[in-house]
Design a binder for this molecule. Structure first.
Ligand SMILES: Nc1nc2c(ncn2[C@@H]2O[C@H](COP(=O)(O)OP(=O)(O)OP(=O)(O)O)[C@@H](O)[C@H]2O)c(=O)[nH]1
Ligand SMILES: [Mg+2]
Length: 210
């Protein structure tokens, strides 16, 4: 596995600013990397399929206090999905991106979401499901997606929210980020958080080699 890009401002050890990890998953072509760069640069980006992962850190405020989010965007191609569990540890919220215009792959997306939510490491972690590609004519609505994914049932034990958006045009993206910031589970001991992305990358590489 390769690291497609790691653009991170390292956390300040000893700082009281909470630092939390957000995991962005979804099928290939869902729009995860487009979303990540939209959030980071507030612009549209040309992406290539992610072989490996991208990491970006964003700062925000929650209840007027600063909070730093490390966003992990992991490739969604079939061969990448077997590595998703290596990224589960220390995740404060899961963002699952769906291509709402691709009705033919909804069952596949639902299966992958269900598998992900079964992870013990992600127990009680909030889910933000992004109904992406709303700019495409005929895209499923939030209500349709909630039903198709049976979210009320599969998320009975966690907070969840479905946000319509378009990573290409920017529609709904700020709202999605605001929702993520509000929903992330803050660690009790912020200094205990692994704030060193290099350490995490080494850990993930070692896990995958095993
Ligand atoms: N119309 C439209 N196209 C989008 C949107 N978001 C992403 N795309 C396009 O969808 C394609 C895939 O986007 P990526 O962001 O690379 O998808 P990904 O989920 O990162 O895919 P993998 O890295 O393979 O897992 C690209 O051609 C994007 O331009 C959107 O909101 N609307
Ligand atoms: Mg990608």
């Amino acid at each position: 596995m390769s690291v497609a890009s790691v653009h991170v401002v390292m956390g300040q050890r000893g700082s009281t600013q909470p630092e939390v990890r957000v995991l962005i998953l979804g099928l290939d072509n869902a729009g995860k990397s487009t979303l990540l760069y939209r959030l980071k640069h507030r612009a549209s980006a040309c992406t290539v399929p992610t072989i490996g992962f991208n990491v970006e850190m964003l700062e925000a405020r929650r209840n007027r206090k600063p909070i730093a989010l490390t966003l992990w965007d992991v490739g969604g191609q079939g061969k990448m999905r077997e590595h998703w569990p290596s990224f589960h540890a220390d995740t404060a919220a899961v963002v699952f991106v769906v291509d709402s215009s691709d009705r033919g792959r909804l069952n596949e997306a639902r299966r992958e979401l269900e598998n992900t939510l079964r992870s013990e490491q992600l127990r009680e972690r909030p889910l933000v499901l992004l109904a992406n590609k709303q700019d495409v004519c005929g895209a499923l609505t939030v209500t349709e997606l909630k039903d198709k994914f049976n979210l009320r049932k599969i998320c009975f034990d966690r907070d969840w929210f479905v946000q319509p958006c378009s990573a290409s045009t920017g529609f709904g993206v700020e709202e999605a980020f605001g929702r993520i910031v509000q929903m992330v589970k803050l660690p009790r001991d912020t200094t205990a958080m692994k704030d060193n992305v290099k350490e995490t990358v080494q850990y993930i590489r070692a896990t995958i080699r095993r």
